[in-house]
Design a protein around this ligand. Sequence first.
Ligand SMILES: NC(=O)c1ccc[n+]([C@@H]2O[C@H](COP(=O)([O-])OP(=O)(O)OC[C@H]3O[C@@H](n4cnc5c(N)ncnc54)[C@H](OP(=O)(O)O)[C@@H]3O)[C@@H](O)[C@H]2O)c1
Length: 300
Amino acid sequence: MPSPTIVLAGAAGDLGTRIAKALMARGATVRALVRHDVSTADRIHLTALGATLAPADVQDVHSVTSALEGAACVVSALNGLRDVIIDRQGVLLDAAVRAGVPRFIPSDYSADFTATTPGENRNLDLRREFMARADQAPIRVTSVLNGAFMDMLGAEMPILQPKIHRVLYWGSADQPLDFTTKDDVAAYTAAAALDEETPRILRIAGDSVSVRELAAVVSEVTGERTQPLWVGSLGTLGLMIGLAKRVAPQPGEAFPAWQGMQYMRDMFSGRGKLQSLDTDRYPELQWTSIREQLTRHRPG
Ligand SMILES: NC(=O)c1ccc[n+]([C@@H]2O[C@H](COP(=O)([O-])OP(=O)(O)OC[C@H]3O[C@@H](n4cnc5c(N)ncnc54)[C@H](OP(=O)(O)O)[C@@H]3O)[C@@H](O)[C@H]2O)c1
């Protein structure tokens, strides 16, 4: 049987590259949807991975439709704001329908935005809006929701403060938080792209730990006693978000500081917590625990 062709948008990106590798490891043919003016570096990178390049005008539905012909699934790993998540993914979705592609995986990869409060997290609002649009389209759509990327613990998600031997938290130190490594998300997404029976939403977490548990793991892997440090209530965090938006709005940035804080609020409030996990759907997959991740990438 010929290997199914999966079209990947954003294939040269961080998560996209990992999904491309995972798809190829499963025997899929990967077609990377790229802009006509794709950089030489991205062209070389994608070709070296083993992907076929499908250049298109990514704003034009006719052009993208041609690039999607014959695919079993379109996977988006695009990153950005409204012009990407709504507009460019919208073109991708319409083109997938026109090309007769049966399945679509949007670039969601986040906390559970079906349970969070509209208006409280800009990036999750965009995903919720795209979900409503995708659910009107005659194509089977599957979202992969994975909590926070575990790899971001540290500089990008600075709740770990090894110099002062503390793990910061808002609200409760006992609120479980979901984490999954980028490679584990990619491996699962590849499996889902090749699985014709996926439900509308797949929820996964490589590990779910509270800050109290996280501090214990940090103590264990560093050999230095680390404790939770309460930095405020969720109300205080809300005030900080409002202040950061005024002082440094950065409206064109996908991840300004206030956006990071909005994710923190959804995690520490428990509203974005993933329930009834689908983590065991593909038994061959192995999951990286917080302990393994922090042993490999020791905080400090
Ligand atoms: N849960 C988490 O903790 C977490 C953390 C980080 C990211 N994510 C999510 O993971 C997904 C992929 O993220 P990533 O970090 O892998 O993405 P990335 O590498 O920053 O970008 C992926 C692709 O998106 C396109 N792109 C990026 N910025 C753009 C812009 N400003 N305008 C137009 N196109 C742009 C580019 O594709 P072209 O070259 O084809 O234009 C790029 O290769 C996103 O949904 C992101 O929100 C989740």
